[in-house]
Design a protein around this ligand. Sequence first.
Ligand code: ATP
Ligand code: MG
Length: 301
Amino acid sequence: MKTRRVIKIAGRLAKPFRVTDGRKFRLKDVDPGETGTLKAEDKPRAKEALQIGVEALAELQDMLYAQDRWAVLVIFQAMDAAGKDGAIKHVMSGVNPQGCEVYSFKSPGPNELDHDYLWRTHLRVPERGRIGIFNRSYYEEVLVVRVKPELLQYQKIPARLVGKHLWDDRYEDIRSFERYLARNGVAICKFFLHVSREEQKRRFLERLERPEKNWKFSANDIRERPYWKDYMHAYEDAIRETAADHAPWYVVPADNKWFTRVIVGAAIIHTLGSLDLHYPNVDKAKRKELAVAKRALLRPT
Ligand code: ATP
Ligand code: MG
């Protein structure tokens, strides 16, 4: 299938899940179990669609790299076991590793805590021509840190700067940071993979029961479950406060992995597809250079 056609279909698939104006957004309007117009028996077709998407993405990324103007920043946020890792693995499977970087942001260490909270992520913003994937991001600062405000004490922020306004300040920081990046040619695409509490439980149990999945389980993971409602509030607020045309959120139902992956792939294709990518033009001087090189190569030695 022609890439241009894939871009069009991808745009249609991703649209219902895109949030660009947070004012009207309510998390309760998104059902984690939703599969759009697709049903469980369409799963094989969804897998085929993903494969077509993976090929289109490879071509778009090649042009992104050759053109060397835009950078693409893809952010993944989710509760544990929502399928971030799997989505990254499957959707990016066809992409040239040289043009793509994945960073996983864990709990900040001492060096990181000695800086402002955007510092460590700013260092990892992709360079022009590349796709950068953040597996978690600075959004943790208004998610886990908001749910567990005691974490703030490790951040060594001067006391008089910490107050009720802190979260609003952070939303403003993030909005400004993303606007700044967008104005510098970084296309931003943010995902919240929305899994239900029941499905998370099922996946945790699977991790406990299947030996090959045991390694994925961490006792810390279940410690967050009692705070589920607080997390959902924090996610809703973060999305409402930071959704923008230049930095849309995609709130993707995540109880069915095959569906999540199709939508994530579609949204990334849509993002790249909107950049009007093309291979650099070969000007007259360059054409001459190529012709000289060709003659030199063909000359008998
Ligand atoms: P997986 O569990 O699939 O390996 P993960 O992204 O959950 O992936 P973990 O090592 O389990 O990785 O978790 C990272 C932890 O770091 C999360 O609990 C997250 O909330 C926490 N974290 C990330 N950034 C921050 C931050 N800025 N402040 C506090 N905690 C953070
Ligand atoms: Mg984890």
